[in-house]
Every structure is written in C-alpha cells, then in structure tokens.
Design a protein around this ligand. Structure first.
Ligand code: GAR
Length: 203
C-alpha cells in the first residue's frame, strides 16, 4: 500500500509511521510527504530518510483549488491511502471524493469530544478524567468521519497541557500504524458510522 502523508508541522506521527515500516510492523511504503508549510520540521525527517517531499503552499488559494493540487500530486505518486498527520487544514468534498474511504486522520482526543484546535487543552479545561486519541476516516467536516481506532489516556491531577499532550502523543504513535495495517490487511468494513475490524486470521 502506497501512503501519501500530509503534514503541517513537527511530523512526529509521520516519523512513527516511517519507523513502523522500517521495523516491518507496517507493510506499506511512503510514496510522498506533502506539507502546506515550507518550514515544517517534518520535512527534514523525510529528507533524512530519502522520502520524496513536496511543499504545496496554500496561501491565496481557494480551498477547492488547493485541494485539486493536492489530489494531482497524490495521484502522480500512485497513492492508495492518504494519512493526515498534523495537517491543519479542512479538506473539501472534492478531495474526499477523489479518495473514497481512503483518507485517515489522527486527532488528540476521544472524538466526538474536543474536535478542532488545542484538543488537549480543551480536555484539561473541561475537567474530563479520561481523554485520548482517535484515528478516523476523513469526510469534509471537522474531525467527524467514522472512527477506526481509539486509545484512552487518563488525565492526572497535576497534568499540564504539555504533560498530557506527551502521553497522548505516545499513544498516537502506536495506534496510527496499527490502524493503517488493518487497512493493509483488508480487515476493515464501514457500516454507516460504525467501523468493524475483522479478527486477525493469521496463525
Ligand atoms: C498531533 O497531536 C495530532 O494528533 C494533531 O496535531 C499533532 C501533530 O503532531 N492533529 C490535530 O489536532 C488534527 N485535528 P505531529 O506533527 O508531531 O504528528
């Protein structure tokens, strides 16, 4: 399975996916990493590993015009699955239609709680005792498509946004590759909002 990874910043989820591939826990290859921000530190991680990168700046472009550029680039690289990894833009219906049920996102909360920006801060301020992270299919709405996998993370009394974010991030790094591998193994079916994952049939 050829992955197209979209980032806007640090790229630690992208790096975790690349590591899972290197350790043969994930049977996929990264065809292209695309960022909308020229200064994304994640670009250096890609370059160090010899993974093709492309900067497609979004400034001054309408959403759909921008998304057409993204789709073209992903199709040029024969991408089977698009993985949003800290890509801080909403995708248009045009984009989602180009890759039906083939776009994943990772979000640092137990959706549908705390969509949008600063999910970890939202969870702390709300006072929840458990939060976590979610890998979900992407539709044209914010953090809203069918949920593939989630991991729970307890909120501790002395947590700050930083300490809580770090524990959630460790879980993100683990569940994203697991979710992608479910798709690689063709174990996933979507029924309405519910996503079923068939038992692993390997001996
Ligand atoms: C991650 O925590 C990811 O879940 C979050 O941005 C961070 C990116 O980190 N994404 C969202 O909030 C999307 N709504 P990374 O660049 O190190 O992977």
């Amino acid at each position: 399975m050829r992955l197209g990874i979209l980032i806007s910043g640090r790229g630690s989820n992208f790096e975790a996916i690349a590591n899972a591939i290197a350790r043969r826990k994930l049977d996929a290859e990264i065809a292209i990493v695309i960022t909308n921000r020229a200064g994304s530190p994640g670009l250096d991680i890609a370059r160090e590993r010899g993974i093709p990168v492309r900067i497609i700046a979004s400034q001054g472009l309408e959403r759909e015009a921008y998304d057409k550029l993204l789709v073209e680039e992903l199709q040029t690289h024969d991408v089977d699955l698009v993985c949003l990894a800290g890509f801080m833009r909403l995708l248009s219906a045009h984009f989602v239609r180009a890759f039906p049920n083939r776009v994943l996102n990772i979000h640092p909360s137990l959706l549908p709680s705390f969509p949008g920006l600063d999910a970890q801060r939202q969870a702390l301020e709300h006072g929840v005792k458990i939060t976590g992270c979610t890998v979900h299919f992407v539709d044209e709405f914010l953090d809203s498509g069918p949920i593939l996998i989630q991991a729970a993370v307890p909120v501790l009394d002395d947590d700050t946004v930083e300490t809580l974010s770090a524990r959630i991030l460790a879980q993100e790094h683990s569940i994203y590759s697991t979710a992608i591998q479910y798709l690689v193994e063709d174990r996933v079916t979507i029924e309405g909002r519910r996503v079923r994952i068939r038992e692993d049939e390997r001996p």
